[in-house]
Design a binder for this molecule. Structure first.
Ligand code: SF4
Length: 290
């Protein structure tokens, strides 16, 4: 990519090795200049703007934590009234603003099939306020509010989104940038509520070296912890990158947030991952038979 085309400028405020900043760059590079971004409180808000400066080369509307879905809906409808159909409305929200605080607003917009792309940049905790657990934080993970490891499992956000029968929902990681960008391209070509769930590793909160961001993203997919797939119209499931099925230990062992795990914890996580993969494969094959 020619750096002159970058829509997230150099000098932004992400920590070194931040997966979220890479994801923002990739998404914006596909959507291009004719994009209006909605941003709510999150690391992406800190990365992209510290008043009065902005690292984004596209217009950005900074809204309240609860209402990314409602804000994107309003902008999208206003553009339609003005007859400006060639502008993409994009909501960037973290896992806190999607899984927890903004879920009702996103759900309402998805039910109405409002016309925007919603990208959940999932770093699996409230990172910009000091690494507190969210409902996206994985089972057994350390955070400052789960010092002995979280006891609850990660919420199945994709299932909730798919239940709204939105035209397009997909998972992606920066470990496979072509796959991620292809999904953004597909989302851009459709209309209605399009949702992309991007796993965005955070070296600061995941307590790992900053040069491991790409590797951990690949391992998330290859261990089946974070499978890469798409769902069309809430019905048709497609795997976009078949995982190798590496042991989950390979993914967990390079992250300090899991360093307290015992062998039995890792075995339990492996069983959970295997069960979820079988469930996903059932959904994929169900469509193939139909
Ligand atoms: S805390 Fe994590 S997600 Fe936030 S900017 Fe730093 S590395 Fe990125």
């Amino acid at each position: 990519m020619d750096t002159r085309d970058e829509l997230l400028r150099q000098g932004h405020l992400a920590c070194p090795g931040c997966g979220l900043a890479v994801a923002m760059r990739l998404v914006l590079s596909v959507l291009g200049q004719k994009t209006i971004v909605v941003i709510i409180p999150s690391c992406e808000a800190v990365i992209s703007a510290t008043y009065p400066l902005s690292a984004l080369k596209v217009p950005a509307f900074h809204s309240a934590f609860v209402i990314a879905g409602a804000t994107a809906s309003g902008i999208s409808r206003a553009l339609k009234i003005r007859g400006e159909d060639d502008i993409t409305v994009l909501a960037f929200a973290g896992d806190g603003g999607t899984y927890d605080i903004g879920l009702q607003s996103l759900s309402g917009a998805a039910e109405r099939n409002e016309d925007f792309i919603y990208v959940c940049l999932d770093n699996e905790a409230y990172m910009n306020t000091g690494i507190q657990a969210s409902s996206s934080t994985p089972y057994c993970s350390w955070t400052i509010t789960t010092p002995k490891g979280k006891r609850e499992k990660k919420k199945k956000l994709m299932d909730i989104i798919v239940a709204h029968s939105v035209p397009y929902a997909a998972t992606a990681t920066i470990g496979y940038p072509e796959d991620l960008m292809e999904k953004v391209k597909k989302a851009k070509a459709l209309r209605g509520t399009r949702f992309i769930h991007i796993l965005a590793p955070c070296p600061t909160g995941w307590r790992m070296k900053e040069d491991l961001t790409g590797i951990v993203s690949i391992l998330a997919s290859e261990t089946k912890v974070f499978p890469l797939y798409e769902v069309y119209d809430g019905e048709i499931y497609k795997i976009t990158k078949m995982p190798k099925g590496l042991p989950v230990r390979d993914y967990l062992s390079i992250q300090g947030r899991f360093s307290h795990l015992k062998d039995e914890d890792i075995e339990e996580i492996q069983r959970n991952v295997d069960r979820e993969w079988e469930r996903l494969m059932y959904l994929v094959k169900r469509n193939e038979k139909a």
